[in-house]
Design a protein around this ligand. Structure first.
Ligand code: AMP
Length: 515
């Protein structure tokens, strides 16, 4: 959908009814659209007073709070790029981001103030302020003295609104530059596609340093003029309390698996809900089915990434197919190509997912070569995700390209093996990785979590049962059992970590068993 200009100016209609609630806190207190307008005005005035100019970066590592969200919108109003940072980053990790982005202002938790102001000063940052988990701190104190009126910067839609560092576990983390147009186009598309209106109340339990909780959730609700029940973090009991007042939830798959572990989850508990959406990591088909059985709701799975915003979605009306991420969103072009040559592949063949549209980012911050190498000549962005598209345009992902296993010269797609293992009795979930193998190049290796009830399933059982369904080159050479898979805050399995952990499994002298 086309729209151009400052994202905040395009929200003007949302502020016509100043009394409408924008955020409801867990204690029941409300922040109205009128309050939001005033607060972002004070914040934007403070940014300007501290010397933050259009085009500057504001680096923010704070706990989730409505004030942190208002700071995002204040940056947008002032034409500065909002740069949120995962709250899990250590000071030495932050040193890299600050050195790379050279922000004019840093906003952090009080505990980090001393360390970050020292780093900031060295990197030419003008001031370091604080916001704590209650939304208080030096930034708020200084803002109270500022006027609430602020003239939102009039800018082109191509202006930077945010820089989000990718959570890459290998190599240098890259700063994804997102423009006002990128965010606005995707938000308008999603409001329409998922049929959000001002009657909606979104249960918001995601972090706000990531595209999912920050842009998908917040921008969609702003453009729909809806309300958010804002939880500081995911907590099953708090979700239970909030469900009767909500109409929709956006979550990562772990939200859904954890809620399925709650005996209270049933049709009555979710009766007020219109829509459950999942994304950021693969939702197991089994979770999808169990959720429908327990609640009567079919989870709507969508697919996107920091660089592209949302790319595909299952339909609102129509089939929400477990294991599929649905169709390209309106205005978004998706194709599947040969990863080596870039040639278009026929329907149903596994290849690289490529995407083009107003949702696709402007490039990586100060990495022109890296940016260039991730785009095709005709402007399609190479996502790094492998998948298929059927005749009707329905997309199914099979995993990240870098997770592809090449064993004995054959391609092994982890998702196929994981789905087969997950379907076996006694298995809770699994991750399949490739690790160095003296004969095969990479050895297919399954890391498996047993169900609590069935502690007895063994390596031999798993391999024997898989043999009935899978070609022998796809069979795991080893199956190792772990109590839980390592995941990041967005519920993504950290396969890089597993590859490091098991890299010596097939070394001479390693304990390989015949499979
Ligand atoms: P991020 O930039 O952190 O949002 O990560 C983006 C990546 O998450 C994508 O490139 C996919 O690999 C993965 N992802 C997002 N949504 C889904 C989904 N519905 N199913 C499987 N993987 C997903």
């Amino acid at each position: 959908m086309s729209a151009s200009g400052n994202l905040f100016s395009l929200l003007d209609p949302a502020f016509e009814n100043a009394d409408r609630p924008f955020i409801i806190r867990p204690d029941g207190s409300t922040i109205t659209y009128g309050n939001l307008r005033e607060q972002t005005g004070r914040f934007a005035n403070l940014l300007a007073a501290k010397g933050v100019k259009p085009g500057d970066r504001v680096a923010v590592q704070v706990e989730k709070s409505p004030e942190a969200l208002a700071l995002y919108l204040a940056c947008v109003r002032a034409g500065a790029a909002f740069l949120p940072l995962n709250t899990g980053y250590t000071v030495s990790e932050l040193e890299y981001f600050i050195g790379d982005a050279r922000p004019s202002m840093i906003v952090c938790s009080p505990a980090r103030h001393e360390a970050l102001s020292t780093i900031g000063e060295r990197e030419g940052c003008l001031s370091t302020e604080t916001i704590d988990e209650h939304g208080e701190g030096s930034f708020l104190q200084a803002a109270t003295a500022m006027p609430a009126e602020f003239e939102t910067l009039s800018c082109s839609g191509d202006t930077l609104a945010a820089i989000l560092y990718t959570s890459g576990t290998t190599g240098r983390s890259k700063g994804t530059m997102l423009t006002h147009d990128n965010l606005v186009s995707n938000a308008l598309t999603l409001v329409d596609y998922w049929q959000f209106t001002s009657d909606d109340v979104l249960l918001h339990a995601l972090p706000i340093f990531h595209t999912h909780g920050l842009f998908v959730a917040t921008n969609v609700m702003l453009f729909a003029r809806g309300t958010m029940l804002f939880l500081p973090k995911f907590d099953t009991e708090k979700i239970r309390e909030a469900l009767p007042n909500a109409t929709a939830m956006m979550g990562v798959p772990t939200f859904y698996t954890r809620l399925l572990g709650e005996p209270w989850l049933d049709r009555a508990a979710t009766a007020h809900m219109r829509l459950f959406i999942s994304g950021s990591a693969p939702l197991l088909a089994e979770t999808h089915r169990q959720w429908t059985e327990r609640t009567g709701h079919r989870i709507l799975e969508r697919y996107g990434m920091t660089e592209t915003n949302m790319i595909t979605s299952n339909p609102y009306d129509g089939d929400r197919v477990p294991g599929s991420v649905g169709f390209a969103l309106p205005d978004v072009a998706v194709r599947v190509t040969d990863p080596e040559t870039g040639a278009l592949l026929p329907a149903d063949e596994i290849g690289m997912i490529e995407v083009k549209g107003p949702n696709v980012f402007k490039g990586y911050w100060q990495m022109p070569e890296k940016t260039h190498s991730e785009f095709r000549e005709d402007g399609f962005f190479i996502t790094g995700d492998l998948g298929t598209m059927d005749e009707d345009g329905r997309v199914t992902l099979v995993g990240r390209g870098k997770d592809l296993i090449i064993s004995g010269g054959f391609n092994v797609y982890p998702k196929e093996i994981e789905s087969a293992i997950d379907a076996l009795e006694g298995v809770e979930e699994s991750a399949v990785i490739g690790v160095p193998h003296p004969d095969f190049g990479e050895g297919v290796t399954a890391v498996v979590v047993r169900t609590a009830a069935a502690g007895t399933v063994e390596e031999r059982h798993i391999v024997d049962q898989l043999r009935e369904h899978l070609a022998s080159f796809k069979l795991p050479k080893r199956v190792v059992f772990v109590p839980a898979l390592p995941r990041n805050t967005m519920g993504k399995v950290l396969k890089g970590e597993l590859r490091t952990q098991y890299r010596d499994l097939y070394r001479p002298g390693g304990a390989e068993r015949p499979a």
